[in-house]
Design a binder for this molecule. Structure first.
Ligand code: FAD
Length: 412
C-alpha cells in the first residue's frame, strides 16, 4: 500500500534510453506512486538500440517499431518525459539537477542512466563526410543513407556492432570490408573458435577482412570519404566508413558530483551508487556480478533491465530480485548468437556440435565448472547453459561435447 510520504517522493531519471525507460516502467509496475521525471537528450522516447545495426539499416523497422512503450504511455502513467533535454549538473546535498535550458529540478532519489557513447578514433580525415559511428537512431538514419547496391562500406573494428552492420550492408547489395587491429575479429568479446566461425561465415557472404591491420588515414576528396589507408600501405576504396571501436561510459556527471567511479559508476546489487539517494543503471555502471564475485561493466539490454528491476525493488521496498547470469545476443544473417555468462578464469573450452553446420555451442569451463556458453543457433545449449552456470555445475566434458546427449540430462 502506498503511504502519503511515498506519494510525495520525487524521482528524477537522467537518460531516457533502454535503462532509463525500463526504470520508469518498473517503478510504476512495482507500485511507486510518486513523481517520475524522465529526462533524455535525444528527440525520441526510450527505444531499443539493438535493431539499429540490423532491421533499421535494412529498412525493416522505423522509430515507432523500436519504442519501449507507446509514446502515450508516459503521460498515461504520470511520467513526465522530457526529450531534447540535457542534464548538466548534479548538486548534492541540496538534491538538485540542473538542465542545459536553465531549469532546476529537485529530487528525493536520482537515477542515472546516461549510457555510453561510441568511442571515437582520432585519425586524419576522421571528420570527412561519410564517416559514421553508430549509437543512436539519428546515427543509424545517417548511415542508412550511404548503404545500398554497389556502395562500399569500410568498417573499422570487428566487434558485434561492426559485424552486424557489415551483414546489413551486404543484405542491401553493397560491399563491406572489416578492418580489425587485433589478430582476429571479436578478440575482446568471444573465443577464438567463435571468431573463426563468424569470419568464415561473413567471408562466404562476400565480406572482406583485414585483421592485424590499423587505419592510418581516411582519404577524402572534396571533403567526402573515398578510401581508408592502412598503416601497411594498403588503400581500401570506400564510400562510407563506420567506426565501431567500442563504447565509453557517459559518467562525467557522476564524476563531477563526486560519486565513486571505476570504468563507469560503481554500484551495488541494488544499483545504488556511493550516494544512497542516487542509483545508476545500464551501460554506465561498474556493477557486481555475484556469480563470479567480481565487478565489471556490461553493455547489454538484459543488464539494463536487471538493474532497473533492482532499483525499483529497492525504492519500493520489495525483496531484491535474484541475481541473474549475464547474457547477450547478436543477429547476423540467419545466425542467432546467444551468450550466457562470462568466461572468467576459464581453463578449458568444449565445442558441442559442428561449426560447419552453423549450429553449435562453445562451453567455457574453469576447473570443470561451466562459466560461460556461446551458442550459435543453439537455444537449448544457451538455456541449459545458463542454468549450469547459475548452479556452478561441473558436467563431464566428454559427454558435454557429445551433441547426441540431450542438454537436459546435465541439469539433473
Ligand atoms: P542508452 O540506451 O545508450 O541510453 C542512454 C541515454 O542517455 C541516451 O539516450 C543519451 O542520449 C542519454 N543521455 C546521456 N547523457 C545525458 C544527459 N546528461 N542528459 C540527458 N540525457 C542524457 N545489446 C544487446 O543485448 N543485444 C544486442 O544485439 C545489442 N545490439 C546493439 C546494437 C547497437 C547498434 C547498439 C548501439 C547497442 C546494442 N546493444 C545490444 C547494447 C544495448 O543497446 C545497450 O546495452 C543499452 O541500450 C543500454 O541502455 P542504457 O540506457 O544504459 O544506455
Amino acid at each position: 500500500m502506498t503511504t502519503p510520504s511515498e506519494r510525495d517522493q520525487r524521482i528524477v531519471i537522467v537518460g531516457a534510453g533502454h535503462a532509463g525507460g525500463a526504470a520508469a516502467a518498473c517503478l510504476r509496475q512495482f507500485g511507486f506512486a510518486g513523481e517520475i521525471t524522465l529526462i533524455g537528450a535525444e528527440s525520441l522516447p526510450p527505444y531499443q538500440r539493438p535493431p539499429l545495426s540490423k532491421a533499421w539499416l535494412k529498412g525493416e523497422a522505423g522509430a515507432a517499431d523500436l519504442f519501449l512503450k507507446p509514446a502515450g504511455w508516459y503521460a498515461d502513467n504520470g511520467v513526465d518525459l522530457r526529450t531534447d533535454s540535457v542534464v548538466t549538473t548534479i548538486d548534492r546535498p541540496p538534491r538538485l539537477v540542473r538542465l542545459e535550458n536553465g531549469e532546476v529540478l529537485g529530487y528525493d532519489q536520482l537515477v542515472l542512466a546516461t549510457g555510453a557513447r561510441a568511442r571515437s578514433l582520432p585519425i586524419p580525415g576522421g571528420d570527412a563526410d561519410g564517416v559514421f559511428s553508430l549509437r543512436s537512431a539519428a546515427d543509424a538514419e545517417a548511415l542508412k543513407g550511404r548503404l545500398g547496391p554497389g556502395r562500399r562500406l569500410a568498417v573499422v573494428g570487428g566487434g558485434y556492432v561492426g559485424l552486424e552492420v557489415a551483414a546489413s550492408a551486404r543484405a542491401l547489395g553493397g560491399e563491406a570490408v572489416v578492418v580489425e587491429r587485433e589478430a582476429r575479429i571479436l578478440a575482446r568479446v568471444a573465443s577464438a573458435p567463435l571468431s573463426a566461425f563468424f569470419q568464415s561465415y561473413h567471408e562466404a557472404r562476400g565480406v572482406a577482412f583485414a585483421c592485424g591491420a590499423q587505419v592510418e588515414e581516411i582519404v577524402g576528396e572534396g571533403g567526402r570519404v573515398r578510401a581508408i589507408r592502412l598503416t601497411d600501405g594498403r588503400v581500401l576504396p570506400c564510400d562510407a566508413v563506420l567506426i565501431g571501436v567500442g563504447a565509453i561510459p557517459n559518467d562525467e556527471l557522476a564524476r563531477a558530483a563526486g560519486l565513486e567511479c571505476a570504468d563507469g559508476v560503481v554500484v551495488d546489487q541494488q544499483a545504488r551508487t556511493s550516494d544512497p539517494s542516487i542509483f545508476a543503471l545500464g551501460d554506465l555502471t561498474w556493477r557486481p556480478v555475484p556469480r563470479y564475485g567480481r565487478s565489471c561493466r556490461l553493455e547489454s539490454v538484459p543488464n539494463a533491465l536487471e538493474q532497473a528491476r533492482q532499483m525499483a525493488a529497492a525504492v519500493t521496498g520489495r525483496p531484491p530480485p535474484a541475481p541473474e547470469v549475464p547474457w547477450f545476443w547478436s543477429d547476423q544473417y540467419d545466425i542467432k548468437l546467444q551468450i550466457a555468462g562470462l568466461p572468467f578464469d576459464a581453463d578449458m573450452t568444449v565445442v558441442r556440435g559442428d561449426p560447419r553446420t552453423a549450429k553449435f555451442a562453445i562451453f567455457h569451463l574453469a576447473g570443470s565448472v561451466v562459466q560461460a556458453v556461446e551458442a550459435v543457433n543453439a537455444p537449448a545449449e544457451f538455456m541449459a547453459g545458463k542454468t549450469l552456470i547459475a548452479g556452478k555445475v561441473a558436467p563431464d566434458a566428454v559427454q558435454l561435447a557429445d551433441a547426441a546427449i540431450p542438454m537436459k540430462s546435465f541439469l539433473r
